[in-house]
Design a protein around this ligand. Structure first.
Ligand SMILES: Cc1cc2nc3c(=O)[nH]c(=O)nc-3n(C[C@H](O)[C@H](O)[C@H](O)COP(=O)(O)OP(=O)(O)OC[C@H]3O[C@@H](n4cnc5c(N)ncnc54)[C@H](O)[C@@H]3O)c2cc1C
Length: 586
């Protein structure tokens, strides 16, 4: 993680600016070591009970989390982890998001279900920091940032999933300037629980005069308990947990059906910002949330890899073709097992590079003194975010499945824990905007950013780095060049189709294009890591640096050549997709 921060994404671009000048290498080591200890000693042991016992709704609508969760959450808050990457003036630790993401990665690896509670709260914080009134920030923000209270994102309704324009929950103005919110929301992560005294729901609802569709949606704070003027806990608000969903994974994360205003005029709500701008506000915080969901693919793959590698070193089956036949070989010696492990390992390094770079782009877009850099980094973050979310979460499913495969039959048996990681990973391509919606965002909105120049700048930067690789690294450079050229060809073609209005053709190619972008960016990050390793920086032992070179070579041989192969699918257009008559599909 430290190597990725310092030598792959180039954290010094960030630490050389005023806002983060207090961060040095020792501080990063200290933070990562401490976070690692907390994640492995306190959080990781929770995840098995979290899976088998899960969170349970009691008859009175309250929710009890699995054993150990409350204590772990208390310690998490006491150690200051939730606040680490928020500004100091609101109770935060003042770290850049790029380092905060590394800390978050460890919590995600250790127990995804647990990590979702702080993750959702980060979303609430971001939205209130940006759009809350001074009074709202005073009442809620610091207690959310420190983790004393938890936040939720309350968007989905049965008829309104990807299409939030279909939301029906209503908010009507009350005489005292507050609002009354009435409606039913589904699938609300950590919508009810016993980890904190209060839960601050951010709810999307429609006001009486709002226009139809997404333009008529407003955002409301609806706390579980109202807050008195002196900050003390007030009356229980009319928000009820009607049920919890039974899910494939993340059983400890209570996914709630919430009824607002079930027993009266409505739950008391407070309008955030202006009426009808709720969707826009949600989008401002979605960048961080989307990266955090991509991080779930990375975090679960890392844990799955650690477990699979340890198993492969112990489990003995058969003989290697050219080795000693007098005793059974550990399965790690079979080329196919080693190939699976390397796919996991190299992709972990690739994902980590892309996601941390994405987070750093957000930091630089906010804090860099030069306006041009701020704008370019904002564009880069806009392009990378749907890729971080969709590419990494898809890889998470694929690679935790490989982790299970390394275990053979034992992987399919729940006791090993390999199956849980795979089950847990399956949600990440779905929530926070399905991966299909991310691909649409990349092709329709991000590709044309700044007249296509933002994409061009990114692909040119990759091509330039690829061309600069020489000596032992030349083969990596050649594969990366081929990948970026194929990706650029598709980007230009899809951009042209967009201009011609061939939307179905663009949308058919969007997912393969996103995959090409993700794998190419991953190759870029590994190439940067290989260059840095070849220069033998201080503080890393020879073996570690040699391993980085090996994983970059592996990725260049086994992953990058697949990038040009996606070109035909990305450029095939919609015709064959729609060839079979709709009525004949079922
Ligand atoms: C465990 C869990 C936790 C969740 N947590 C939260 C939460 O905390 N807060 C919250 O508000 N919601 C939450 N959700 C809801 C989640 O965000 C939605 O499930 C998701 O946005 C997809 O909506 P949907 O389920 O209605 O699927 P649909 O929108 O019906 O999509 C079905 C399929 O159609 C595709 N599709 C739909 N529209 C388009 C389109 N325009 N173009 C291309 N493809 C399209 C989708 O990609 C998908 O493959 C959660 C869901 C789950 C399962």
């Amino acid at each position: 993680m430290k190597f990725t921060l310092e030598h792959v994404i180039g954290l010094e671009t960030l630490t050389s600016i005023e806002a983060f000048s207090h961060i040095d290498s020792d501080l990063i080591t200290g933070i990562l070591d401490e976070a690692g200890r907390f994640a492995s000693e306190i959080l990781a042991p929770l995840s098995r009970d979290g899976d088998t016992i899960g969170s349970i709704r009691d008859d009175d609508g309250s929710v009890t989390t699995p054993p150990g969760y409350r204590e772990a959450y208390e310690r998490y808050v006491a150690a200051g982890w939730p606040a680490a990457a928020f500004p100091t003036d609101i109770g935060g630790g003042g770290l850049p998001w790029a380092i905060g993401l590394a800390v978050q990665e460890m919590a995600t690896s250790a127990d995804l279900a647990f990590s979702l509670c702080p993750m959702l709260t980060y979303g609430t914080n971001d939205l209130l920091m940006e759009h809350g009134s001074e009074e709202q920030r005073g009442t809620y923000l610091e207690r959310l940032v420190t983790g004393e209270w938890a936040g939720t994102m309350v968007l989905t309704e049965p008829q309104a999933g990807s299409d939030l324009g279909a939301i029906l929950t209503k908010a009507t103005p009350a005489d005292d300037g507050t609002w009354r919110v009435k409606g039913t929301k589904i699938f609300i992560t950590w919508g009810e629980h016993d980890l904190t005294d209060n839960i601050v729901h951010l709810v999307l609802a429609r006001t009486p005069d709002g226009p139809p569709g997404t333009k008529g949606i407003s955002c409301f704070i609806v706390p579980k308990f109202l807050v008195n003027d002196d900050g003390s806990q007030g009356d229980r608000n009319d928000v009820t947990c009607v049920s919890l969903e039974h899910k494939l994974g993340i059983h400890a994360s209570p996914t709630a059906v919430l009824a607002f205003g079930e027993s009266g005029d409505g739950a008391v709500g407070y309008l955030v910002g202006e009426e009808n701008r709720g969707m826009r506000y949600m989008f401002t915080m979605m960048n961080n949330a989307r990266i955090a969901v991509g991080l779930q693919g990375l975090g679960l793959t890392e844990r799955s890899y650690q477990q699979a590698a340890a198993y492969a070193l112990e489990r003995r089956q058969g003989h290697t073709m050219d080795g000693d036949r007098s005793e059974k070989a550990p399965i790690v010696r079979h080329p196919d097992v080693r190939r699976m492990l390397m796919l996991m390992r190299a992709n972990v390094e690739a994902m980590r590079g892309v996601l941390y770079r994405n987070a750093m782009a957000i930091d630089l877009a906010h804090h860099h003194p030069d306006e041009t850099v701020r704008n370019q980094e904002a564009d880069l973050a806009a392009i990378l975010t749907p890729i971080s979310k969709a590419w990494a979460s898809d890889l998470g499913v694929e690679l935790t499945s490989l982790g299970l495969q390394v275990h053979g039959g034992a992987g399919y048996i729940e006791e090993t824990g390999a199956a849980q990681l795979w089950r847990d990973s399956r949600i990440a391509p779905i929530y926070e905007g399905t991966n299909g919606i991310q691909a649409q965002d990349l092709a329709m909105r991000k590709l044309p950013l700044d007249g296509g120049n933002a994409m061009r700048r990114l692909l040119e930067a990759i091509a330039a780095d690829a061309a600069s690789l020489e000596g032992d690294l030349k083969p990596i450079g050649e594969q990366l060049t081929a990948a970026v050229e194929a990706t650029a060809e598709v980007a230009i073609a899809l951009g042209g189709w967009l201009a011609e209005g061939r939307f179905d053709d663009v949308l058919t190619g969007a997912t393969p294009f996103l995959k090409m972008m993700g794998d190419t960016l991953g190759g870029w990050m590994l190439a940067r890591g290989a260059s840095a390793a070849a220069a033998k920086p201080d503080g890393y032992d020879e073996a570690f640096l040699a391993d980085r070179l090996a994983s970059a070579s592996f990725y260049a041989e086994h992953v990058l050549p697949m990038v040009p192969a996606h070109r035909s699918s990305a450029l095939a257009g919609a015709e064959s997709v729609f060839e079979i008559e709709e009525a004949r599909l079922a």
